[in-house]
Design a protein around this ligand. Sequence first.
Ligand code: SAH
Length: 252
Amino acid sequence: MPTSRSSRSLLLLSTIVLLVGSNPPSPPCGESESVFDSRSQEKAFERLRLEMVRTQIQERDIADVTVLRAMQRVQRHEFVPPDLVPEAYEDRPLPIGYGQTISQPYIVALMTELLALKKHHKVLEIGTGSGYQAAVLAEIVDSVFTIEIVQALAGSAEQRLKRLGYDGINVRWADGYDGWQEHAPFDAVIVTAAAEHIPPPLLRQLKEGGRMVIPVGHPFFVQNLILVEKRAGKITTRTIAPVRFVPLTRQR
Ligand code: SAH
């Protein structure tokens, strides 16, 4: 039930505040207070993450274990602005600056599951934002290419991903409408901004048998999340769910 779920997450959030704010018991021998503090914080975040996956994702019928495991592993609190860290595991998108947002965890899981990824797949993401979705992809596949149009976001996401050890992710500052020709074709393409139509270059750069997920519709209203498949040179599309994304903008 929504009420019990939100009261449960409130409870967990207050746990984290308590853990962060109170004096922890003496650290084990040979460890400094600060190491102990940060370990107990990490444990508290991990509990929130497991709870997020159970209540927001599994309960909404995401069953692919590779996706669930990836969502359990990626430290979402590292991808949000410092003042929003206490809200990092809540059931909603959060602002990341420059008028952009990090998507709701469930939407990240749904889009990832729709791609039906295998470890050897090469994935292209349009709309790096914070880098969170790219990190989730990189927990599943060996190589991720991600393009961001806002230079400051591309720079900060690249640094963050490097710091967190995601070496298999390549970040580029560019207009993602044109895809990334040098590394094409891709087994999967994920667009995390709302497009008015499916960009033809992205269709061309999709491998035979490949999948693309993209929100399509009016940029300032509800869009449809579309699953695109390329089989025997033919494109098929399936509407999955109504969604709301920030617009896919173009570089002039
Ligand atoms: N996937 C992100 C959230 C996406 S928000 C995350 O996990 O945090 C959408 C992002 O798409 C924004 O950062 C926006 O700047 C970017 N964007 C919009 N139009 C774009 C374009 N044409 N090419 C590349 N990125 C674009």
